[in-house]
Design a binder for this molecule. Structure first.
Ligand code: DAT
Ligand code: MG
Length: 134
């Protein structure tokens, strides 16, 4: 067990649908601390870096347009085993398999517009925290 920091991002649909408070409540109720947070507009370059593993996918243009469609809410979330714990709270990438009670299970019905991002490993968390918070 170790205290970890993870990069969490509420995606544009979460802000547009006014789900920020609901989702932040779930993170806090779980027992994690939000240690830094900011609303920000992304540009194509930071999106391409963040989703470099998906640049060749046929859905990338849709993903990029989505991430450009409005501000995101970027957070550093801290807690015991917070990296895997936040992935569990979020639910899986495939929203059709996300269980009720998870953020994606409760709020997402589209593979791309899936409401929230969370780092998937300690290596990714370190890189993503640097990418979005410097
Ligand atoms: P995750 O966001 O669960 O870490 P990922 O890194 O594999 O998943 O993909 C990043 C985002 O790309 C994902 O949140 C939504 C979009 N995406 C992934 N797979 C997709 C697919 N098959 N069709 C459409 N969009 C997809
Ligand atoms: Mg990912």
């Amino acid at each position: 067990m170790a205290v970890e920091q993870t990069y969490i991002m509420l995606k544009p649909d979460a802000i547009q649908r006014q789900l920020m408070g609901e989702i932040i409540s779930r993170i806090e109720r779980k027992g994690y601390q939000i240690v830094q947070a900011k609303l920000m507009d992304l540009d194509s370059e930071i999106i391409a870096n963040h989703y470099a593993h998906l640049l060749e996918q046929n859905f990338y243009p849709k993903l990029e347009a989505y991430m450009l469609s409005g501000p995101v809410f970027a957070m550093i979330v801290e807690g015991e085993e917070a990296i895997q714990g936040m992935r569990t709270l979020m639910g899986p990438t495939n929203v059709f398999e996300a269980m009720p009670g998870t953020i994606r299970g409760d709020f997402a019905t589209d593979l791309t517009y899936n409401t929230i991002h969370g780092s998937d490993s300690p290596e990714a968390a370190e890189i993503e925290i640097k990418r979005f918070f410097g």
